[in-house]
Design a protein around this ligand. Structure first.
Ligand SMILES: Cc1ncc(COP(=O)(O)O)c(C=O)c1O
Length: 415
């Protein structure tokens, strides 16, 4: 086998582990364990980076994909297919956007692009308000909304930002502190007639698992309405049940139709591990996307839509929303029983959990993530350098959370 550095672009930090297959779950459902090529079994506490809400290789999900594979795997978007229509209808029924229409894509960043294009076309404006610490993807439009300059330079420059390298694209993104409603009000006062949309993650994931408050999201709703701008919720990481409701917006804000965003987009968990993304928008906005204004070959592919339908069905049939919702309180209970001095905060909602180690400036979580993998065979991600993030399959419960917590205690007490 050739070394990875001879095969792939060196874009990803590699962990030096070759994952091979799911370890069959004793319960017969999806698995929370994966086996590496050397036989080591890992507890997958990042659930395929948020893409395995059912666990890995759930037999019903696998069977649904196999069935569709034998029927029809590919079709142009100028044709209808039953899986595509059924998935669109399910999403319209389950998600809280009033009178929604759906655009299908394949990746998260592609759904963000669809949302940006829709906001610009529907309003005839070209400025977007986004937030510090935000992550919305890595294609050029989505990247302009993503806060981390390490990802953006030398591709994009935004107004008022110092760039060292010549930028490829100049965007009209105004970046403001997350949670600072006054700053958003001031930006509207200055640029109101130019603002197409405010785009926000209800819980910032990559930025460190920071939930927005209800007041902040409702305040954004009002400012957008008052100024003729659209409100967009990036629920790529938070959506499809991760917080215990189909949308994190529902978890934080509630389901009053008047309080909902105009655009809401999903990826990660939607396909249960198969690449599927969807952008929902109110019909009154979606009608701006007339024929030819956007498109993508694989978006809404019948195989992908079958995977999405199976994922939604299994989440409902196995009561996984409630089980996802229970993860945060369960972790909090475990933490109370056995406090770890260096854990300074637990943040999140449902099955989206952030465990902050020391103070953010200490950036001491990276080494802990590595030790959890090598010494305890637990896979986690670290965000912001300070927070261990868990994105378990929704069915994970006390046993798995306790395993992570005990391992964390061992790492932190011996560092
Ligand atoms: C909130 C959010 N937006 C956008 C993205 C980008 O999604 P993708 O990597 O599928 O393009 C991610 C991925 O982590 C995300 O968490």
């Amino acid at each position: 086998m050739r070394d990875d550095s001879q095969l792939r672009w060196p874009t990803y930090p590699t962990r030096g582990v070759m994952l091979e297959q799911a370890v069959p779950a004793p319960s017969g459902g999806g698995s929370v364990h994966v086996r590496a090529a050397d036989g080591t079994e890992y507890l997958d506490a990042i659930g395929g980076i948020g893409c395995a809400p059912l666990g890995h290789a759930h037999p019903l999900w696998v069977a649904a994909i196999h069935r569709q594979l034998g029927r029809l795997a590919a079709s142009a978007n100028s044709f209808h297919t039953a899986p595509q229509q059924q998935l669109a209808a399910r999403l319209i029924d389950l998600f809280p956007i009033p009178d929604a229409r759906v655009f299908f894509g394949t990746t998260g960043t592609e759904a963000t692009e669809a949302a940006i294009k829709l906001a610009v076309r529907a309003t005839g404006r070209n400025r977007i308000i986004a937030f510090e610490r935000a992550f919305h993807g890595r294609t050029l439009g989505a990247l302009s909304l993503t806060a981390n300059p390490a990802y953006r330079a030398p591709y994009i420059s935004c107004p008022g930002e110092q760039v060292d390298a010549p930028a490829f694209v100049h965007s009209r993104v105004t970046r403001l502190p997350f949670g600072d409603l006054d700053a958003v009000a001031r930006a509207f006062a200055e640029h109101g007639s130019e603002v197409a949309a405010v785009i926000v993650e209800p819980i910032q994931g990559e930025g460190g698992v920071y939930p927005a408050t209800r007041e902040f999201l409702l305040g954004l709703r009002k400012l957008c309405t008052d100024n003729g701008a659209l409100l967009g919720a990036d629920e790529i990481q938070t959506g499809v049940g991760r917080t215990g409701n189909w949308a994190a917006w529902t978890t934080i804000v509630g389901d009053d139709p008047a309080d909902q965003p105009d655009i809401l987009w999903l990826a990660k968990a939607l396909g249960g591990g198969f690449p599927v993304a969807a952008c929902l928008a109110r019909a009154s906005c979606a009608e701006a996307m007339t024929r030819g204004t956007h498109g993508t070959t694989f978006g809404g592919n019948p195989l992908a839509c079958s995977a999405g339908l199976a994922t939604l069905r299994i989440i409902e049939e196995e009561g996984l929303l409630a089980r996802a919702a229970a993860q945060l309180p369960t972790l909090q209970k475990i933490a109370e029983q056995r406090p770890i001095a260096r854990v300074t905060e637990i943040r999140g909602a449902g099955a989206m959990l952030g465990i902050q180690i020391d103070q953010p400036k200490d950036k001491s979580a990276g080494a802990i993530g590595t030790r959890l993998m090598h010494e305890h065979h637990i896979l986690v991600t670290v965000c912001g350098g300070h927070t261990v993030r868990l994105l378990f399959p929704y069915g994970a419960g006390e046993a798995e959370l306790r395993q992570v917590w005990d391992a964390l205690a061992t790492c932190l007490e011996t560092t």
